[in-house]
Design a protein. Structure first.
Lengths: 232, 606
């Protein structure tokens, strides 16, 4: 098990992280090519903001907004600022940054899991009412696996075997999420905040490309003409 | 899927892998990404990317000379692909150099800080200038597609002939100066490859290879894009290349005979096998095949022959560039070196394919630029309908690229991002008295030094100061290793810590430094104030400071200074350093030898 853990922390993590970064970059570049080829103007770009727009009431909306904020804050802050992750970054790339105190990171992890679970329930209710279309709330649960397993491993694993099992789950689920980010809707977690940030800056064309990259999904190519080599 | 797309997918895969390795190379350095060492500092990147890249680009200057100087217009159809191949070949050379040298932001130093005695200086300038010439020669082709560039295109077409002549001159210089580089290492390159005629050999083989490369490129692109190759035209190239390659073989064998190295051709060594493999691939098989008219005029025959010759020259350049170094153990490139080389070539081929798909590279009917500068040549541009929509291609290529890059990052072992530098190697005192055995790092190879014979030559007992230029207090003949205490790193001959230590001289600060003044070397008393006998009178070696150079440097300067009259003999390590078998039974020496042989640092056997 220890070897599998080392593999997950080493080569597999490098693979997943590189795939995530390059994959997101690929989405942006493909979106750029699409805007250039189609002469895509900013007005035609689909809006960056998506998600449920119909709300039963103000309280529901406020609660959802609060949960979304907590959930996204945890998803972004925990991989970057948990002390163990900061040490891992330093070991991997030679430099690192500040780390959250353990109490803060523990509470953030709990809050993230709770917010994620609540969002899953709310989305399910929405789905049952037919208010929100096309959502896949199962992703919310998948995103919670590394958070929950990391928290449990750090606080409630008192035996080496249980610790290693939880760490294995933590590392492999984290790697899995990193690797699939560019190929799924989870990419929105990265691209959408970036697009919203850029749209307020003078880099308006870049914001449009980012907004387009959020919705960009490779589609199957149309059937090519069956011209044979001899004909050409 | 069309074959051009399959090839592009493979090329993007190699490029992605190279991206990851390139990041590792620039973050962690050569030590983390290559099998190179201080003993073998040049390897695959120099042999393949640089030496072979330059040779493969020779087709550019040969074809332009044939068409624009000798006015053989029937060869005009292959000019543009040849110039493009040369241009991309030189860009690949620059990329290979950047990977090998590092510090690309210092590249401009070559322009400002001149060192005209260095062969690398000439190589660097030739690469820069010829790349510029090739860019100017090729620029009119993409400029045809943009009306805004029409004036620049016309201007460049007017100066095409001077550009071609300049290119031929620079390329000739460059091909031969790459061979000149290896004249500097007569005892490092295997005798089957080392020759005073290396510059000539490099140039002639490049001419032959240039012709074969044009043939290979033409048939490969014809296969990729379903176009009809210029087989009859290329057969004439084959006939010419046959004689060039035969001339090369004759010169090489005659040179070996003249230098008395012919018996090495039959020695049962792997180097001999590599020599015959290289010669067979590069000369014997292609010449035999090209002598058969049926092969010379057939499309498949030309393609195979050209491919063999091209690979033969590549093997030759890799052998010269790093494989055939003697007395240094074996060098085999790491997978990261192979990945970079494949990536650089893949990138060049991808750009080539982009160019032929986007611009008019293949001319059907030549346009005469002298009479009609504005007239565009009719191009047999590949019809690309069957290549599919570009968006789907971009998605597929980029997916393969990022997957390969991610695998590359996964395979790269994490390494510290700082240089390991030179580790300290304390010097061991020389043994003996009248006959000294100097073996500072106890690797079993040392120098025997006889005091009496040196005294006789240097002028009797008063000549001690010739070598003992500085002594410990109240000593007359202090050992060299007292001050030169590390094999390679400089040492502090003054030993400040010893003077300030209670167990040493036990001096207070103000015994040497002026009271109240900043404590520095400038405010300290001179050593001679206390130690009158530190530096003996009459010594020819001036002591400028107390920072003693490394033991190896000190010994070499001292010995070579007097024995320079031995000439070439002095360049052989084995002329002075010999095995000291009488010390070999010492376990310390045995362990040291074992350690050093593991690092592949051994002395040449002759």
């Amino acid at each position: 098990m220890f070897d599998w853990l080392e593999f997950g922390r080493g080569p597999l993590f490098r693979f997943a992280f590189a795939l995530m970064l390059l994959g997101l970059l690929r989405l942006v570049v493909l979106a750029f090519l699409r805007t250039r080829n189609n002469n895509h103007s900013g007005a035609e770009a689909p809006p960056a903001r998506r998600g449920p727009t119909v709300r039963p009431g103000a309280l529901w909306t406020a609660a959802r907004a609060l949960l979304l904020t907590v959930f996204h804050t945890g998803l972004i802050a925990l991989p970057l600022f948990v002390a163990a992750h900061v040490f891992a970054w330093r070991r991997a790339v030679g430099f690192a940054w500040f780390a959250l105190p353990k109490e803060v990171s523990d509470w953030l992890a709990v809050a993230t899991v709770a917010a994620g679970a609540a969002l899953f329930l709310m989305s399910s209710i929405d789905l049952a009412r037919g208010v929100v279309e096309g959502r896949r709330p199962i992703w919310v649960l998948t995103l919670l696996v590394p958070v929950a397993s990391g928290y449990l491993a750090a606080n409630f694993a008192f035996q080496p075997e249980s610790y290693r099992f939880l760490m294995l789950l933590h590392v492999y689920s984290g790697n899995f999420i990193l690797a699939v980010i560019p190929f799924t809707r989870v990419a929105d977690c990265v691209l959408e905040p970036l697009a919203r940030y850029v749209v307020r800056s003078p880099w308006r064309p870049l914001a449009e490309i980012l907004a387009l990259s959020i919705t960009y999904r490779p589609r199957p190519a149309p059937v090519s003409p069956t011209t044979s080599a001899e004909e050409v | 899927m069309h074959r051009a797309r399959v090839v592009k997918l493979i090329l993007w895969l190699f490029t992605g892998l190279a991206l990851a390795v390139a990041a590792g190379r620039f973050l962690y350095g050569l030590g983390a990404t290559t099998n190179l060492s201080d003993a073998t500092p040049w390897g695959l990147w120099i042999g393949f990317d640089v030496l072979s890249g330059v040779a493969l680009a020779a087709g550019g200057f040969i074809v332009t000379a044939i068409v624009y100087i000798f006015r053989l217009n029937e060869f005009r159809a292959v000019v543009r692909p040849a110039v493009l191949t040369a241009f991309l070949g030189y860009l690949a050379v620059v990329a290979g150099l950047v990977f090998d040298l590092g510090l690309p932001w210092n590249m401009w130093h070559l322009i400002i800080y001149w060192n005209p005695r260095s062969p690398l200086f000439e190589v660097g300038w030739c690469v820069m200038l010829y790349l510029t010439v090739l860019a100017l020669e090729f620029f009119p082709v993409p400029a045809e597609e943009f009306s805004a560039l029409a004036r620049i295109r016309r201007a460049l077409l007017k100066i095409r002939l001077p550009l071609v002549i300049t290119g031929i001159g620079l390329s000739t210089l460059h091909q031969s100066s790459l061979g000149s580089l290896f004249l500097l290492m007569p005892y490092h390159l295997h005798p089957l490859w080392y020759s005073p005629l290396l510059p000539v050999n490099f140039f002639i083989s490049a001419v032959g290879l240039g012709l074969m490369m044009v043939m290979f490129e033409s048939h490969t692109t014809a296969w990729l894009y379903h176009r009809k190759p210029e087989t009859a035209l290329l057969a004439r190239f084959g006939a010419g290349a046959r004689w060039v390659l035969l001339g090369y073989l004759t010169i090489r064998l005659a040179d070996l005979a003249w230098r008395g190295r012919l018996p090495l051709l039959w020695t049962p060594e792997w180097q001999t096998a590599m020599f015959w493999f290289e010669i067979a691939l590069m000369v014997i098989v292609p010449v035999l095949l090209l002598s058969i008219p049926a092969v010379r005029f057939s499309r498949t025959g030309q393609w195979i022959t050209a491919g063999l010759a091209v690979w033969g020259v590549v093997v030759n350049r890799i052998n010269v560039g790093g494989f055939m170094q003697t007395g240094r153990g074996y060098y085999l490139p790491s997978w990261t070196e192979l990945a970079i080389s494949c990536g650089v070539v893949s990138m060049a081929v991808l750009v080539f394919m982009f160019m032929v798909e986007r611009f008019r590279i293949w001319e059907k009917r030549p346009a005469d630029p002298a009479t009609a500068a504005d007239e565009l040549p009719e191009a047999d541009r590949a019809r690309l309908r069957w290549l599919g929509p570009p968006r789907a291609a971009a998605e597929a290529y980029s997916l393969v690229f990022i997957l390969a890059a991610a695998v590359g990052f996964a395979l790269l072992a994490p390494q510290p991002a700082e240089s390991r530098g030179i580790s300290p190697t304390p010097v061991r005192h020389a043994r003996g008295g009248e006959e000294l055995r100097i073996d500072g790092n106890l690797d079993g190879f040392g120098v025997t030094f006889r005091h009496s014979s040196h005294q006789e030559v240097a002028g009797g007992k008063d000549s001690c100061v010739s070598c003992h230029h500085m002594n410990l207090p109240r000593d007359r003949n202090t050992a060299c290793s007292e001050c030169h205490r590390d094999m390679y790193l400089p040492s502090d001959a003054f030993r400040h810590d010893w003077h300030a230590s209670a167990r040493g001289a036990n001096l207070s600060c103000v015994d040497c430094h002026r009271k109240g003044a900043l404590r520095s070397r400038e405010t300290a008393r001179h050593c001679n104030d206390c130690h009158k006998d530190l530096i003996p009178e009459g010594s020819p070696i001036e002591v400028k400071g107390y920072r003693a150079v490394g033991y190896v440097q000190a010994m070499h300067q001292l010995c070579i200074g007097c024995h320079a009259n031995l000439g070439e003999e002095m360049t052989r390590c084995g002329a002075c350093h010999q095995g000291l078998e009488d010390f070999i039974d010492l376990p310390e020496v045995s362990a040291r030898r074992l350690e050093r042989s593991g690092k592949r640092v051994v002395l040449p056997p002759y």
